[in-house]
Design a protein around this ligand. Structure first.
Ligand code: IPE
Ligand code: IPE
Ligand code: MG
Length: 239
């Protein structure tokens, strides 16, 4: 399947909602945490595949601003996964020249998660390869509000002229400032919604849904989504 992908027609930025860990675990009579663990293995595999394909940016939705509603035990478990992931993978990511970036309300993360994340940002910031972007404590609405507040502050400070607030300028105030909008969104697990993910940025993103649960999501599914994307006609409102 890998050979079927047109290397000159790759999506520049792919966003992925990693979903279905809990249901995957429940189906096997296992605790939800086992599902999250298995989901981490999928993440590692798909990052490898994205890098081999030569994608420029991949964004993974790891924890939403709404995920705090879950039981404390699950939230704590999810919050220690970034650290665990980085302990296991950081050396490999550095070796592969990957740049790690994180978007979301990082102030709201527990101390050890934030330390692990900062270390990874620092250790990979001079790399030149694929950008591996994590949405962590991320919410699309909160991102937009945050941008609006910063824009209005810059206007009142005289740094920004109201006349100059174009879509491009506004985009630069978002967490993704500088990144192209995602070309393709992948959401497994059968849910047909975007769950407060990249609301502004997904105006013209191609959506790809599949009912496979994230821990069962394999490279072949990822490639299937990319191939599907390559066969679509993007019109952006034109003809
Ligand atoms: C995705 O799996 C992980 C996070 C949202 C953090 P879920 O935990 O949402 O799994 P389901 O949707 O309950 O199956
Ligand atoms: C979206 O999944 C958030 C992440 C994958 C981090 P959810 O499982 O939280 O989404 P809903 O609640 O089904 O919309
Ligand atoms: Mg879910």
């Amino acid at each position: 399947m890998f050979e079927l992908v047109h290397k000159n027609k790759l999506p520049e930025h792919v966003a992925i909602i990693m979903d279905g860990n809990g249901r995957w675990a429940r189906e096997q009579g296992l605790p939800r945490m086992t599902g999250h663990k298995a989901g981490m293995d999928t993440l590692i595999d798909i990052v490898g595949c994205a890098n081999e394909l030569g994608l420029k940016i991949v964004t993974f939705y790891a924890f939403s601003t709404e995920n705090w509603k879950r039981p404390l035990q699950e939230v704590s478990f999810l919050m220690q996964l970034p650290e665990e992931y980085l302990q296991k993978e950081l050396h490999r990511l550095i070796e592969k020249n990957i740049v790690i970036t994180v978007m979301g309300d990082l102030e709201g993360l527990p101390g050890n998660t934030s330390v692990a994340v900062k270390k990874a940002l620092q250790a990979t910031r001079n790399n030149k390869g694929m950008i591996l972007n994590f949405a962590l404590n991320y919410g699309g609405r909160s991102e937009i509000l945050n941008a609006v507040k910063r824009v209005s502050r810059d206007v009142s400070d005289g740094v920004l002229d109201e006349e100059h607030i174009t879509e491009e300028v506004f985009s630069s105030y978002l967490y993704t400032g500088g990144f192209p909008d995602p070309d393709l969104l992948i959401r497994p697990s059968g849910e047909l919604r975007i769950s407060n993910f990249l609301l502004w940025q997904m105006a013209y993103t191609e959506l790809w849904f599949n009912s496979i649960l994230w821990p069962d999501f394999k490279r072949e599914h990822f490639l299937e989504a990319i191939l599907d994307y390559q066969n679509r006609e993007r019109r952006f409102g034109g003809i």
